[in-house]
Ligand binder design. Structure first.
Ligand SMILES: Cc1cc2nc3c(=O)[nH]c(=O)nc-3n(C[C@H](O)[C@H](O)[C@H](O)COP(=O)(O)OP(=O)(O)OC[C@H]3O[C@@H](n4cnc5c(N)ncnc54)[C@H](O)[C@@H]3O)c2cc1C
Length: 337
């Protein structure tokens, strides 16, 4: 039986620690409960709140997804398929699968948030994206009030993108995700930070758990911890431009770096923001929203930060980068109205 709460504070349910109030709030711990939610009301699905900038007041229903479960549903000689509840912590899932001899996601260690959100922006880090081992998912369709399934090709996964950011935006409540994890391990170690560490530590034993621990250690040393410095991770996507545009831009600004892939180049948004002089800066005197002094892709908020201050700063950065380099940055973090 679902319980509807009114005027619920979401302060502890988002990593920016924004004091947002939800008009209505329901915690969902079993997928069948979704059949009982009111369906004539604007609804937003919340996971761990690590990729959102919430408004002061959400005039609708927040569905907080807490569906648990970790079940091996198919065993084969070289892989197993795991069904994971959307409410499970992503990092717990990664650690648990490694502990059970199922590998592949160790480079995605320590990404905050829940499993149900991982397909939304196709989370990625250190050379891997979640679609690499994605098999299918189950979701509740808020328009038809029925349960549906989507296989990998229908999810339209891309760089920080999926069908859930376009045609299915705000229409699907993901309840379970299935991953097909291999038993044979192939390390992915070509990413700069991992590579540098391995070159300097020749006796490092390559194993899934060691890579998991190494990635966790690198992340802790680079990214501000939301528990002490509220943030939502990388605020902007790395822009992808054509090679000819890249050549034009680097002629004028040789310090801009990019990763060339075929006809396209993925630029470092962090580098652009740093070159433009935003590292450690905010707007006005004593700003509550600032670009992290440690990582220029991260915006941090201090006590009492609100959505307006974060939007103001991110808009100023977008306009400035466009003016200086002719490149339009796109937010990775979801602004919720
Ligand atoms: C310190 C830090 C580091 C980070 N590092 C990375 C990184 O390396 N790589 C990366 O890709 N991301 C990273 N992120 C961003 C974030 O962790 C991921 O996007 C994560 O998947 C968000 O999960 P969440 O449960 O917190 O989702 P939320 O922030 O709650 O929601 C994000 C979006 O997903 C939707 N959503 C959530 N759950 C469901 C569901 N069950 N059904 C349907 N829609 C749902 C929401 O409606 C919203 O649109 C980082 C964030 C932080 C704070």
């Amino acid at each position: 039986m679902i319980q509807i709460f009114e005027n619920q504070s979401l302060l502890n349910k988002n990593t920016f620690a924004i004091n947002s109030i939800a008009k209505y709030y329901i915690s969902i711990s079993a997928k069948e409960e979704l059949l009982d939610i009111p369906n004539n009301i604007r609804t937003f699905v919340l996971g761990g709140g690590s990729n959102v900038v919430l408004p002061p007041y959400f005039d609708g229903l927040i569905l907080d997804i807490n569906i648990n479960g970790f079940d091996i549903v198919r065993k084969d000689s070289d892989f197993e398929i795991i069904k994971v509840g959307a409410g499970e912590s992503w990092d717990n899932f990664v650690f648990k699968s490694i502990s059970q001899g199922l590998f592949g996601f160790e480079n995605l260690a320590l990404i905050p948030g829940k499993v149900g959100a991982a397909p939304i922006q196709n989370i990625g880090a250190y050379g891997i994206e979640q679609d690499k081992y994605f098999y299918k998912l189950e979701y509740f369709d808020l328009e038809s009030n029925s349960f549906k399934e989507l296989y990998k090709t229908d999810c339209q996964f891309g760089y920080r993108n999926s069908v859930f950011k376009s045609t299915l935006k705000n229409k699907a409540v993901i309840t379970n995700v299935y991953y097909r994890l291999p038993k044979n391990w192939e390390p992915v170690i070509n990413y700069k930070d991992i590579n540098e560490f391995l070159s300097a530590n020749k006796d490092f034993e390559l194993s899934p758990i060691n890579i998991y621990n190494l990635v966790s250690q690198i992340r802790k040393s680079k990214l501000p911890d939301p528990a002490y410095q509220p943030n939502a991770g990388s605020f902007f996507k790395n822009p992808i431009i054509s090679r000819s545009e890249y050549e034009k831009i680097t002629k004028v600004n040789p310090e801009i770096s990019g990763f060339i892939s075929g006809d396209f180049v993925k630029l470092s948004a962090a580098k652009l923001i740093e070159i433009a002089g935003w590292k450690g800066k905010g707007i006005g005197i004593n700003p509550k929203a600032k670009v992290s002094p440690d990582h220029s892709l991260v915006i941090t908020g201090s006590d009492g930060v609100n959505q307006e201050q974060i939007i103001l700063l991110s808009d100023a950065i977008i306009n400035d980068i466009y003016k200086k380099f002719g490149i339009l940055l796109e937010r990775e973090v979801n602004i919720i109205q």
